[in-house]
Design a protein around this ligand. Structure first.
Ligand SMILES: C[S@@+](CC[C@H](N)C(=O)[O-])C[C@H]1O[C@@H](n2cnc3c(N)ncnc32)[C@H](O)[C@@H]1O
Length: 231
């Protein structure tokens, strides 16, 4: 694992206990709506007892939403920060036995080829050290024709005055610091968005990794987060 990956994993480990509270405060709860919005393309056409991967599952909000809508599905929640998964497991009820958590690196997933019918990943791909390798790995573990839904903050076409220069650069680190005590982690967020791919570049990266189609849409408000659906 590279030093950058080790640092990112340690950062999520540090903020794990307060991650959910910081998310809710920074997005004013809209992150919950974004995950719900992702469910429609993810679950459309899935058969009974489907197997779904949540990559970078963190504190399990996405994985739990999948099971809330499709209790017959089996969800594998993979994340390389064990502390994030541990916080998520504390939110599970006794009947959540269709959800397995696995400490795993997105560049080398511990799953067989084509074992999943679909995959979801929210706010994880921006953190991956070697995106082409990780996207090929995602392609490998999902069966041909299976749907992949990515929810992410992509690099904007141009810096937006309010969102990028004021809210993301100044307000987010302050809120994140106030809630988690870790200002660096929330400076990392806008910095990682600024150096990540644009949505169009990411769609090209998916096609280069072997997906036949990749199509994105911006979510309200103002293209802050986007959904990309690939098959
Ligand atoms: C911003 S959090 C998102 C968590 C969750 N998906 C959500 O929507 O709240 C990003 C997650 O991706 C995980 N992650 C980053 N790089 C990873 C990698 N190479 N392999 C596995 N997980 C990774 C982090 O540990 C972290 O839990």
């Amino acid at each position: 694992m590279t030093q950058q990956a080790t640092d990112v994993r340690a950062m999520f480990g540090r903020i794990a206990p307060r991650y959910d509270s910081a998310n809710r405060a920074m997005s004013m709860g809209i992150d919950i709506l974004w995950r719900k919005k992702a469910m429609k393309p993810l679950l459309a056409g899935l058969g009974d007892r489907s197997r779904v991967l949540d990559l970078g599952a963190g504190t399990l909000d996405g994985a739990r939403e999948i099971l809330r809508r499709r209790p017959d599905a089996f969800v594998a929640a993979a994340d390389f920060a064990t502390q994030m998964l541990r916080v998520g497991r504390a939110k599970l009820g006794p009947t959540d036995d269709h959800l397995g958590t696995h400490t795993a690196d997105g560049h080398r997933l511990p799953y067989g080829t084509g074992v999943f019918d679909a995959a979801f990943s929210a706010f994880c791909v921006r953190n991956l050290g070697d995106l082409p390798v990780a996207l090929r790995e995602l392609r490998r573990v999902v069966r041909p024709g299976g749907t992949i839904v990515i929810l992410e903050f992509f690099r904007p076409k141009a810096q937006r005055l309010f969102l990028d220069r004021f809210y993301n650069a100044r307000v987010l680190p302050l809120i994140g610091w106030a809630i988690t005590g870790d200002r660096d982690a929330y400076r990392y967020l806008p910095a990682s968005i600024a150096r990540f791919l644009s949505r169009a570049e990411f769609e090209s990266a998916l096609r280069a990794a072997g997906f036949a189609t990749a199509e994105g849409t911006d979510l309200f408000p103002g293209g802050m987060a986007s959904l990309v659906v690939a098959r």
